[in-house]
Design a binder for this molecule. Structure first.
Ligand code: CP
Length: 357
């Protein structure tokens, strides 16, 4: 399936056969690259995610957010609108959830209004997987507790590819499992409670990067080493080797006890600051999924410095979400019509079994 837009062609990738985007752990490197290349094409076709196309006109995206969000919610909404779709915005605050309506009943109610995708954020791991079984429409995980945040992982990887990837990374003939070979990426901070970390580490490893998981022992399980990741407990031990640092927020709202004596002590050991920048590689890339806490995981001079791509990550969020909505719509349409398209063999239950550890 190829769609002609202006002088460029957007081709539906034959590899993509999924109706839902629930996590990155279950997807192959080739599937991840299909989303990332589509995101890059859509970013270019929309002039940097600023202009509108009509690829998804007539369709509706529902955002069901049971947790706060600035970046994810607004960029899903903008992504849908940039491709011509309508949006429905649901927040649990002010809704009939306060009258006792369940999560699934709430989602089914929104589905009955005639939507095509449900984007959901919830504090409980596995809730998007539950909706994928209960609803007939495509479900996208916008963050399920500390489990995964797949579009965040994808937008982070897209930013790495654009800034530090090999020049020809969009070439479909390349081995997807080697696209990031030779790159060392460290995820630093509150790994235990970070859905961003989980999506990043699965996605990065599938694409060939060397992934270091760095943080206090109370926030980094030794199990990660058993799964083949490098684990470090001092940023000073690894900073000189890293091509990319992704600095994660301490998620106090998910912690029952404080995992270190003080924020000051944490910052002394793990904040990326000017001193550590001077010891890092000259071309180091500084990333943060946001929201950032200045002075905790990153100092202002680094957050606002020339190596920081924090705001590029935000723009890439729209690109990745446009790609996700378009690919899932194509897979759903093919499943419904049984059409002879690359996505025609999509099955309704192909990916709905929860698969997290
Ligand atoms: N990175 C991220 O998920 O940000 P929001 O919580 O603002 O959506």
């Amino acid at each position: 399936m190829a769609t002609k837009i202006d002088s460029q062609t957007l081709t539906f990738p034959a590899i993509w056969r999924h109706r839902h985007l629930l996590d990155l752990e279950r997807h192959s490197a080739a599937e991840l690259m299909a989303i990332l290349r589509t995101a890059q094409t859509l970013k270019e076709l929309t002039n940097g995610c600023r202009e509108k196309l009509s690829l998804l006109s007539g369709k509706t995206c529902a955002n069901l957010f049971f947790e706060n969000s600035t970046r994810t919610r607004n960029s899903f909404s903008l992504a849908a609108k940039r491709l011509g779709a309508d949006t429905v915005e649901f927040s649990s605050a002010g809704s009939s959830v306060a009258k006792g309506e369940t999560f699934v009943d709430t989602a089914k109610t929104i589905e009955a209004m005639g939507v095509d995708w449900v984007v959901t954020r919830h504090f409980t791991p596995g809730t998007p997987h539950l909706l994928a079984r209960e609803l007939g429409v495509s479900v996208l995980n916008a963050g399920d507790g500390p489990h995964e945040h797949p579009t965040q992982g994808l937008l982070d990887i897209l930013t790495i590819l654009q800034s530090r990837g090999r020049e020809d990374w969009e070439d479909e003939s390349l081995d997807p499992e080697q696209i990031l070979a030779g790159k060392t990426v460290a995820l630093v901070g509150d790994i235990a409670h970070s859905r961003t970390a989980r999506s990043n580490l699965w996605g990065l490893r599938k694409l060939g990067a060397h992934v270091i998981i760095c943080g206090p022992p109370t926030l980094v399980s030794p199990r990660w080493e058993e799964l083949g990741f490098e684990v470090a407990h001092r940023l000073d031990d690894i900073v000189e080797r890293c091509d990319v640092l992704n600095l994660l927020r301490i998620q106090f709202e998910r912690q029952y006890t404080r995992p270190f004596p003080s924020v000051r002590e944490y910052a002394a050991l793990y904040a990326m600051n000017g001193d550590r920048m001077r010891r890092a590689k000259p071309e180091i890339l500084i990333m943060a999924p946001g929201p950032i806490n200045r002075g905790v995981e990153i100092t202002p001079e680094v957050a606002d410095g020339p190596h920081s791509v924090i705001l590029e990550q935000v723009t890439n969020g729209i690109a990745v979400r446009m790609a996700s909505l378009w690919l899932l719509a194509g897979a759903s349409d093919a499943a419904i019509s049984g059409a002879e398209s690359p996505a025609a063999s999509v099955g309704p239950d192909a990916e709905e079994k929860p698969n997290w550890v």
